[in-house]
Design a protein around this ligand. Structure first.
Ligand code: NAD
Ligand code: TYD
Length: 349
C-alpha cells in the first residue's frame, strides 16, 4: 500500500484532489495534512472522512520539526503539495504570511522528502502544484508556455515563483524526483467566498454590491476544479520526472463579461427579472499591481498526456451556481465563521 501525503487537502482544490484519490485509489493510504487556516474547512471533505484509506493530520508546514517527524513516522512514497496562502489581495496586506507558508513551508517539505528518500528515490515523487500567475501579465496577445520566463508581480505570485524555483533546484542539485504544474484560475464547489466567482455568487444571494476592480477589463482563463483534479491525477501517475506542465481551460474571460454572464444565470436561477443582479455591479478602486491578462497554452499536457478539460464553461458555471444555491448552509457557516468550530466539535479538542 502506497502512502501519499496531500498538503492543503481541506482547501478548495485540495479537497477535490483528496476526494478523488481516496475514492479512486483504495490501495493508497492518503494523509491529508492541513493547518486549517481561515481557508481550510473540514466540511469540504466530510463525505470521505470515514474512508479506511484516509487520515487527517492537523499541522503547519512551516514547522520543520513537525514535518520531519511526520515523514519519519510515515515514510511517504509521494507528496502532492497544495497547501498555500492563495489570495492575491491578502498577499498585498500581509506578504510575510505568504513567504512563511509558500516558501518556507515548501522548503520544509522538500528537505523532509530529500532526507527521508535520499538513499533510494525509486518510485518516489514530489508533486508541486503551482499557478500561472508566476509568469506575470500578458498583453492582448500570446499565451504562457512552460518555457515562458517567470515574471511575478504580486507577493502571492512571487512566493509561488520562489517555491517553484526551489522545487527545480532540489531536482537538479539533489536528484529529488519532482513534477510541477502551473494552472490557471479554478472555479467550482467548495471555493472560499473571497475569490471572484464564489464571492459574487454569495453577494448576489444577499443582494450586496459586486465590487469589480478597476474597469473590469482584466482577463483570466477559467478551469473547472474537477478537471484540474483529473489533470493532477494524470500528472502524478504519468508525468515525466523533472517536467513542468501548464494546465488551463482554453477559456478566457474579461472579468466584466464573466460577471455579466454570472448575473444573467443568477437572475434565471433565482427567478429574478432579467437585469436585476447586474444592477449590483459596482466599479471599485483597482487592485495594486493588477495583472492584465493570464492565458495558458496547455498543449503540452494535451499532446503528451492526453488531458483536456471535459466541462464547458457554461456547464461548469451552471453546476457551480447550483452547488452554492444548494449549499447555502456551507456558505453561511463560512461567512459567520461557524465552520472553524467544526474541527473542535468533530475531534473534541
Ligand atoms: P485554498 O486557499 O483554498 O486552500 C489552501 C489550504 O492550505 C487550506 O486548507 C489551508 O488551511 C492550507 N494551509 C495554508 N497554510 C498552511 C500551512 N502553513 N500548513 C498547512 N496547511 C496550510 O487554496 P486553493 O485555491 O485550493 O489552492 C491550492 C493550491 O493550488 C495552492 O498551492 C495554489 O497556489 C494553487 N493554485 C490555485 C489556483 C486557484 O485558482 N485557486 C490556481 C492555480 C494554482
Ligand atoms: P481572484 O478570484 O482573486 O483570482 P486571481 O487574482 O488569482 O486571478 O480574482 C480574479 C479576477 O477578478 C482578478 O482580475 C481580480 C478580479 N476581482 C474583482 O474584480 N473583484 C473582486 O472582488 C475580486 C475578489 C476579484
Amino acid at each position: 500500500m502506497k502512502k501519499i501525503l496531500i498538503t492543503g487537502g481541506a482547501g478548495f482544490i485540495g479537497s477535490h484532489v483528496v476526494r478523488r484519490f481516496v475514492t479512486k485509489y483504495p490501495n493508497y493510504q492518503i494523509y491529508n495534512l492541513d493547518a486549517l487556516t481561515y481557508a481550510g474547512n473540514l466540511e469540504n471533505i466530510k463525505d470521505i472522512e470515514a474512508a479506511p484509506n484516509y487520515t487527517f493530520v492537523k499541522g503547519d508546514i512551516v514547522d520543520a520539526d513537525f514535518i520531519n517527524s511526520l515523514f519519519a513516522i510515515h515514510n511517504f512514497d509521494g507528496v502532492l503539495h497544495l497547501a498555500a496562502e492563495s489570495h492575491v489581495d491578502r498577499s498585498i496586506s500581509d506578504p510575510l504570511a505568504f513567504v512563511r507558508t509558500n516558501v518556507i513551508g515548501t522548503m520544509n517539505l522538500l528537505n523532509a522528502a530529500k532526507n527521508q528518500w535520499k538513499n533510494d528515490f525509486t518510485d518516489k515523487l514530489f508533486y508541486h502544484i503551482s499557478t500561472d500567475e508566476v509568469y506575470g501579465s500578458l498583453g492582448a496577445e500570446g499565451l504562457f508556455t512552460e518555457t515562458t520566463a517567470y515574471d511575478p508581480n504580486s507577493p502571492y505570485s512571487a512566493s509561488k515563483a520562489s517555491s517553484d524555483h526551489f522545487v527545480r533546484a532540489y531536482g537538479e542539485t539533489y536528484g529529488l524526483p519532482y513534477v510541477l504544474t502551473n494552472c490557471s484560475n479554478n472555479y467550482g464547489s467548495y471555493h472560499f467566498p473571497e475569490k471572484l466567482i464564489p464571492l459574487f455568487i454569495n453577494n448576489i444571494i444577499h443582494n450586496r454590491p459586486l465590487p469589480v476592480y478597476g474597469d473590469g477589463n482584466y482577463t483570466r482563463d477559467w478551469l473547472f476544479v474537477e478537471d484540474h483534479a483529473v489533470a493532477i491525477d494524470l500528472v502524478f501517475h504519468e508525468g515525466k520526472n523533472h517536467e513542468t506542465y501548464n494546465i488551463g481551460g482554453f477559456n478566457e474571460w474579461k472579468n466584466i463579461d464573466l460577471v455579466k454572464l454570472l448575473c444573467q444565470l443568477m437572475d434565471q436561477k433565482l427567478g429574478r427579472t432579467e437585469g436585476t443582479c447586474a444592477k449590483l455591479i459596482t466599479y471599485v478602486k483597482d487592485r495594486p499591481g493588477h495583472d492584465l491578462r493570464y492565458a495558458i497554452d496547455a498543449s503540452k499536457i494535451n499532446t503528451e498526456l492526453g488531458w483536456k478539460p471535459s466541462v464547458t464553461f457554461e456547464e461548469g458555471l451552471e453546476r457551480t451556481i447550483s452547488w452554492y444555491l444548494d449549499n447555502t448552509e456551507w456558505l453561511d457557516n463560512i461567512t459567520s465563521g461557524a465552520y472553524q468550530s467544526y474541527y473542535k466539535d468533530q475531534y473534541s479538542v
